[in-house]
Design a protein around this ligand. Sequence first.
Ligand SMILES: [Cu+2]
Length: 111
Amino acid sequence: MTTTSAPESTTTTVPVVVAPTSSVPVSSSYSIDISGFSFAPSALTVQVGDTVTWTNLDSATHTVTFNGSPSLSSGGLQEGGTHSVTFDSVGTYAYGCSPHAYMQGTITVTK
Ligand SMILES: [Cu+2]
């Protein structure tokens, strides 16, 4: 008696197409609205080299103030005013609005 139990192979190899990755890091730009006396979004995660631009949509004057980092901070932003920061170092950056202490935001910079 012969048993024919040769298992049929049903395994097929599907080629995985991998999109070519650029060796040049691509930096991104992000926008934060200052609107209704708050930063939107108030928490944002970016990568090193990315640029964040704040735009004041309120009629009130606001600031983007990083404690201990005047070079990152804006002056008073009138309605329509913008402020851009390019983040070069990993870290967590807390900021606020000088005239309105309750306005707080955080930028987290990752590799
Ligand atoms: Cu403000």
